[in-house]
Design a protein around this ligand. Structure first.
Ligand code: SER
Ligand code: ZN
Length: 516
């Protein structure tokens, strides 16, 4: 058994080096795939002094390693390869490594593995280290070029295709990305294709890749993709940024789907549908997941997480975006009821049990265990509250500022919230408690009508039960939308947002002529 250490948010340090570019060559073979990696590295100015270079790797058969073409002997221990600072140039240098891996023996489905004769990858959160030596952490963003060699008809990776011949293909992704967004697919696949022209006129080739025979079950996924692309332009002003967008349906997949840059990989049940067998719910799920992964292109990929503690930065926000999209497509009220039912069934239960954790945890042992309803669904509710609190216009201004300021970077939840504080001129320091405190607040509302004074007193209280490791709870700012109706259903007072940011608050409304 390997020993698991606890990782703490407070221990964050930038990586020792900058990776300016990555060139990967894959010679695919089921039992012995050769991975040749060339990294252009230089010391990170944010980490002064001379630092060792420590790369992650798991289950790799190490073959060779050179620095600027000279063979070196790294220290390989546990799950890392280390080159001592004294053996490394003080400026830019090139690191070449060669390893061998066995995709057909990979049953964890993390890294490069095989599914029905097809090669595919899953790298989030820490699967890339099972492919090659690399700083496998989301704040190391780099430009990837990939060459795939295999005797298979379809060879795919991230970015744009640059060249291909019989048995090989080359891809270039111009957008810097962390390793968890790397993807490779190779196999005998067929495409359901369409195209899309972005608002500014870029023509994008869209393909959904499936096993031969499944091509006619992709129409709804493709239609959902096109609507998602248009919606993100209209609602958030975000356009797609490559010449191709590929989706691959895979039968063996750990997660629902994965937002790899330009090459989304899906569990096939969230892509394939035909009217003969799919239910209305199946269609709604396909639409939501296609949208979710597409929306990650901006909230997750162009702007990513500094470390895995910030997982909700991309997931909570992207769930909120896909919920809003589904609401626009299918009716807001019905969608909202659906989302709240999921929240109550899954997240409230999590929050009420021994596994309760904050939306932005402060420590973890295995990040894989944090892909939870709290980080996804409660993370989305926090964004929704933020929008309720600030109003749609200030919310959009905050999002615009976030995209402008952090594009191309790996960042934090604090930096995200700062954009909304700045755009709205509001103090959101109390709001941040939503990310740090676990548990479901219980809100109580009571009212007393004073006919003589034509006044209504509304008292709001909140209370959160203790959770594991957090015995004391503080009140959090809860925006409560309140409107008044009379007994015939006529509106006595239009809905307005009252913020409860203490344990108890009473609001007096005057000029209420009839008892609400
Ligand atoms: N990052 C993936 C997603 O949420 C993992 O499931 O889309
Ligand atoms: Zn996601």
């Amino acid at each position: 058994m390997t020993e698991q250490k606890t990782v703490y948010l407070a221990d964050y340090q930038p990586f020792s080096h900058i990776v300016d570019s990555v060139d990967l060559t894959f010679r695919l073979a089921p039992a012995a795939t050769r991975v040749i990696a060339r990294l252009a590295l230089r010391p990170n100015p944010e980490r002064p002094g001379r630092n060792d270079l420590r790369l992650d790797g798991e289950g790799l058969t190490h073959l060779s390693c050179t620095v600027d073409g000279q063979p070196v002997t790294p220290q390989i221990e546990g799950h890392s390869l280390t080159l001592a600072a004294k053996d490394l140039p003080d400026g830019p240098f090139t690191l070449d490594t060669e390893v061998e891996i066995a995709p057909d023996a990979n049953t964890a489905l993390e890294g490069l593995y095989m599914s029905n004769g097809m090669y595919c990858t899953q790298c989030e959160a820490e699967g890339f280290r099972k492919i090659t030596w690399y700083p496998d952490r989301p704040d190391v963003m780099s430009r990837f070029k990939v060459r795939i060699e295999a005797d298979l008809p379809i060879l795919l990776s991230n970015g744009n295709p640059t060249a291909q011949g019989k048995g090989w293909a080359e891809w270039d992704d111009p957008w810097p990305k962390p390793a968890y967004l790397f993807a490779l697919v190779a196999g005998d696949l067929r495409a359901h294709s369409a195209d899309f022209t972005t608002a500014s006129g870029r023509k994008v080739a869209l393909n959904i890749w499936v096993r031969p025979g499944d091509e006619d079950r992709c129409a709804y996924a493709m239609d959902s993709l096109i609507r998602s692309m248009r919606w993100d332009e209209q609602v958030y002003g975000r356009e797609y940024d490559l010449d191709v967008f590929n989706i691959v349906a895979v039968d063996d997949f750990n997660m629902g789907a994965m937002e790899n840059k330009g090459l989304n990989i899906f569990n096939s049940r969230y892509v394939l549908a035909s009217p003969e067998t799919a239910t209305d719910d199946d269609y709604a799920r396909i639409e939501a997941i296609i949208a979710h992964e597409y929306f990650h292109n901006w909230t997750g990929n162009r702007i990513t997480c500094r470390d895995w503690f910030q997982l909700c930065l991309k997931e909570g926000l992207t769930v909120f975006r896909d919920q809003s999209f589904s609401g626009d497509m299918r009716g807001e009220a019905v969608q909202r009821i659906k989302d709240v039912r999921v929240l109550r069934a899954r997240q409230f239960a999590e929050d009420a049990g021994p596994l309760a954790h904050p939306v932005r945890p402060a420590s973890f042992m295995k990040i894989e265990n944090f892909y939870t309803a709290t980080i996804y669904e409660k993370g989305a509710e926090i964004i929704r509250m933020l929008k309720t609190l600030l109003g749609a216009e200030a919310f959009r201004k905050g999002m615009d500022l976030y995209f402008e300021r952090w594009d191309g970077h790996a960042t934090t939840v604090e930096a995200f919230i700062d954009c909304f504080a700045e755009a709205s001129g509001r103090d959101l320091s109390g709001f941040f408690g939503w990310y740090e405190q676990a548990g479901t607040p219980r809100l109580n509302v009571s009212s007393v009508y004073d006919a003589a004074a034509a006044a209504l007193d509304i008292t709001l209280t909140q209370e959160t039960a203790p959770t594991t490791g957090q015995p004391e709870k503080r009140p959090l700012p809860i925006p409560v939308a309140i409107g008044l109706l009379d007994d015939s259903g006529a509106e006595l007072r239009a809905t307005e947002v009252v913020v409860l940011d203490e344990a108890r608050r009473t609001v007096r409304w005057t000029g209420v002529e009839r008892e609400p």
